[in-house]
Design a protein around this ligand. Structure first.
Ligand code: BTN
Length: 262
């Protein structure tokens, strides 16, 4: 069922607010952005009936966890689009560390949030198709965080044990400051901050799945557009591949048990 679009007054009433429920906060964020909402405007919901994840997946959205979308308005000459989702991941991990220093939260490229060997959250950035005279380009950064419940999915999940109400204002502040910093100064500072928090540092053996199948190799680092650079195979002269949106898993080590954590 497609719900009717909201009126201007209904939209004004949900700006920077936590509402009881919706289908997806990213859909509401998009409506707010199309109506002209500014950089850093947000909408959050206690639960979602049609939460979306990356790569067309469903995001299970039970009450108690965090569901938040923030509108980002890059400047017209912005060139670092690939870094924006990574900046949001850094912002969310900084917010979690602010509440619980040394939480161990890590970023699994591009912007999954992991604690130990389990996924604790994810980020879905959705960009406007094309700017028009009325709607400048925007990105909706959607954050789903397992604050109190670890949903059952095909990937092992964990809950942070921090109430959503405690994290929400910090996450919004960090997202505003990290995105402003990327818009002004580009990705040079962000690159180091991301690498410090990465679950996939250089040398990590990984597998990735794309349209052409599943491949294995080792991480080499981040490219200039925020893409993951990997070697195809483990020979020293192996070809370098650039991953932009593929699903990446840590390669299970022989004898380390049958189930891969990521
Ligand atoms: C992922 O696949 O890991 C990304 C999940 C993103 C889920 C969040 S919850 C708030 C926002 N609204 C949605 O429908 N999705 C994002």
């Amino acid at each position: 069922m497609v719900l009717p679009k909201k009126t201007q007054t209904e939209l004004e009433n949900i700006i920077n607010t936590v509402i009881a429920e919706c289908e997806s906060t990213n859909d509401l964020g998009k409506e707010l952005a199309e109506a002209g909402a500014s950089q850093g405007t947000w909408i959050s919901s206690l639960k979602q009936s049609a939460g979306r994840g990356r790569l067309g997946r469903t995001w299970l959205s039970a009450e108690g966890n965090l569901f938040l979308s923030v509108i980002l308005r890059p400047p017209s000459d912005f060139q670092h689009w690939g870094w924006l989702p990574l900046a949001i991941g850094v912002a969310v991990s900084k917010a979690v560390d602010h509440v619980r220093p040394h939480s161990g939260i890590k970023l699994k490229w591009p912007n999954d949030l992991w604690v130990g060997e389990a996924k604790a959250g994810g980020i879905l950035c959705e960009a406007s198709s094309a700017p028009t005279a009325n709607t400048k380009s925007y990105v909706i950064a959607g954050i789903g965080l397992n604050c109190v419940t670890a949903p059952t999915t095909d990937v092992k999940t964990a809950a942070l044990g921090i109430p959503a109400d405690e994290l929400r204002p910090l996450i919004i502040d960090f997202i505003r400051s990290e995105s402003d910093s990327l818009f002004r100064y580009g990705p040079s500072v962000l690159r180091d901050q991301y690498q410090e928090r990465s679950l996939l540092p250089a040398g990590t053996e990984v597998e990735w799945t794309g349209t052409a199948g599943t491949f294995a190799g080792a991480v080499r680092g981040l490219g200039e557009s925020g893409e993951l650079l990997v070697s195809e195979g483990d020979a020293p002269d192996a070809k370098e591949i650039k991953l932009f949106a593929e699903d990446v898993k840590i390669k299970p080590r022989l004898g380390a048990g049958a189930k891969s954590p990521a």
